[in-house]
Design a protein around this ligand. Sequence first.
Ligand code: CA
Ligand code: CA
Ligand code: CA
Ligand code: CA
Length: 331
Amino acid sequence: MDAPVRAQGLAPGTVNGEVRPTVETEPVPSDGDAADDPAVWVNPDDPTRSAVIATDKKSGLLVYDLDGSQLQYLPEGEFNNVDVRTVPGRSGPLVVAGERSGNAIGVFELEPGSRQLRNVSAGGLEPGVEVYGSCLYLSPDTGRLYVFVTSKSGDVEQWELVDDGSGRVAGQQVRTFALDSQTEGCVADDEVGQVYVSEEAVGIWKLGAEPGDPGEGTLVAEVADGGPLAADVEGLTLTTRPDGTGYLIASSQGNDSLVVYAREGDNPFVLSFRILGGMGVDGVTHADGVDAVAADLGPAFPSGVLVVQDSENDEGNQNFKLVPLDQILPG
Ligand code: CA
Ligand code: CA
Ligand code: CA
Ligand code: CA
């Protein structure tokens, strides 16, 4: 028998709590290990018409509706990680994705009405590192937009993205720093000016996100035998509340779970969970990229949604699973 939806969330301290996706996206176009990373855009005019933007790392970008149906397939490259921000002065949110075949930063604008992406890169966004992961940072101090590009060598580049005057987006590298080994997932906390980077075999680092900040960070969560965090550490995401609290959620690929830490302070462990099947959607194994937003997205996701890559979809190519956030996070 299916377990009931836990509308109150999991209790703090829970280890390997069980939640269930209620929606899955259409499979990605490419076969094999192809789905990688999602990003959720919350539509401010009609949250039920928000969008999940996701990568097929072999062929392109996808846009999905919250019911999992595909709205767009943009076969324009080997996009690995994707992130989204609403930037003042633009008619639609910017979607930025690291593209591995051309070793470039792809920049797109999502048209809010049609929820279709169009390429707005001015070109020349070519990092010196071999592109692997990427994430955006919108500075609370300056309003400037940055992208962090991570790499298998552990070297990280920070680029500033700017409108070139014609609506297209150009940029320049403003900072580099290095971790000791392969890095991919990252997420910035725009309100406090910090960025979290996962060193896949080691743990999660926190650094200042401004270009002038030191290149040395703090290891806030470490991979350990027995967990809760097991290598590879993959996707990272944040949920935020106006009072400065919230959660940092990490995809702990090695033990098929996700681990939740407090957003604030030294990021103490809160709980971990697995995503099982049971509500008409198969469960998640070996999760890769993840994104979550804590916002009322309508009756299907009243407290928000967690979107995560599933390495083994039961029917067809890999896809992404959607879990109502009220099953997971403590109320
Ligand atoms: Ca990886
Ligand atoms: Ca990945
Ligand atoms: Ca599955
Ligand atoms: Ca399925």
